[in-house]
Design a protein around this ligand. Structure first.
Ligand SMILES: *[C@@H]1O[C@H](CO)[C@@H](O)[C@H](O)[C@H]1NC(C)=O
Ligand SMILES: *[C@@H]1O[C@H](CO)[C@@H](O)[C@H](O)[C@H]1NC(C)=O
Ligand SMILES: *[C@@H]1O[C@H](CO)[C@@H](O)[C@H](O)[C@H]1NC(C)=O
Ligand SMILES: *[C@@H]1O[C@H](CO)[C@@H](O)[C@H](O)[C@H]1NC(C)=O
Length: 263
């Protein structure tokens, strides 16, 4: 189900920049999780911003952290803390800031109306407040959908040491990658989906065109998951083996990329 971008034949660059659309979630806004399953971490306030904090049980590197940037459903969606807990189980102190400022998207709400009050101008101050409050030496950052845009911004600003994103949205392709290539020293990893209606295959290939085959010196890896669509890294039907494997695979690749780029 997984193939390496190196095997893709390069396609010509798309002539105009495309903004990766935010995809309306189909059906439920979170996975079905039995009520007995509870998040292991807790909400804390860091520099005035609510942040879900989840720490490894074993000894871990206190100088670095994983910054977990949620999708539009934010901290209230059970998928967010449970996925953040997996990063902690993998050995990383993990922090998920509520950069949606207590106003995550809820089921049935109008997405495009919600967007108006959740632009970069609204979101970035809370995100940077948490980063400044933590004062770690290095951040490894993972973002899902909406969070992918912010991982890209942190890559472009050289604020983090590694950036990984899963079905990112709202980026400008190829412009955001051309900018990253000019200014950034941060390795980039992307988990994409064959049937994403946002970060569609042509946009993924246009990203490879800028970043792939060694063209992006800090390091680039895109892994694609077949038979799944937007949101696959977060929401799954727990009895669907394809969906469960793709979500796990995206997580595993993110961890692998983090470990390969320690500093
Ligand atoms: C953290 O805060 C959010 C609200 O932003 C809430 O929905 C969620 O249940 C809280 N999580 C925990 C683990 O307390
Ligand atoms: C959401 O709001 C926009 C702008 O107000 C409107 O054009 C659109 O039809 C609405 N969508 C739905 C599904 O109601
Ligand atoms: C990145 O840097 C730009 C330019 O200084 C700034 O406007 C923006 O808020 C920064 N974004 C993030 C997420 O760091
Ligand atoms: C499992 O999920 C995949 C991807 O979303 C879908 O194509 C497939 O039809 C699903 N299988 C079942 C049995 O629902």
């Amino acid at each position: 189900m997984l193939f390496s971008f190196a095997s893709i034949i390069a396609l010509p660059l798309v002539a105009v920049a495309t903004i990766v659309p935010l995809v309306e979630p189909a059906g439920h806004t979170h996975s079905f999780v039995p009520s007995t399953v509870k998040p292991k971490g807790r909400n804390m306030t860091i520099n005035g911003v609510r942040t879900y904090v989840t720490l490894p049980k074993k000894k871990y590197d206190k100088g670095t952290a994983v910054l977990f940037l949620t999708d539009v459903f934010g901290l209230p969606s059970i998928d967010s803390p449970l996925l953040a807990d997996k990063f902690a189980e993998a050995g990383f102190a993990t922090f998920a800031p509520d950069y949606l400022n207590g106003d995550a998207l809820v089921q049935g709400a109008n997405h495009s109306e919600w967007r108006v009050s959740h632009t970069e101008a609204h979101t970035t101050p809370s995100l940077l407040a948490v980063i400044n409050g933590l004062k770690k030496k290095g951040f490894k950052t993972t973002g899902y959908c909406y969070g992918g845009l912010y991982v890209t911004r942190l890559v472009q600003n050289n604020t983090i040491i590694v950036g990984s994103m899963t079905h990112p949205s709202s980026l400008s392709v190829p412009n955001d990658w051309i900018l990253a290539k000019e200014v950034s020293k941060v390795p980039v990893h992307i988990n994409s989906a064959e049937f994403d209606t946002g970060f569609r295959l042509p946009l993924a290939l246009a990203t490879d065109e800028v970043m792939g085959n060694g063209r992006y010196e800090p390091g680039y890896w895109r892994t694609q998951f077949d038979n799944v669509g937007h949101g696959f890294g977060v929401r799954v039907d727990p009895i669907n083996a394809t969906q469960v494997a793709a979500k796990q695979g995206a997580f595993d690749n993110t961890i692998q990329f983090f470990r390969e780029h320690l500093y």
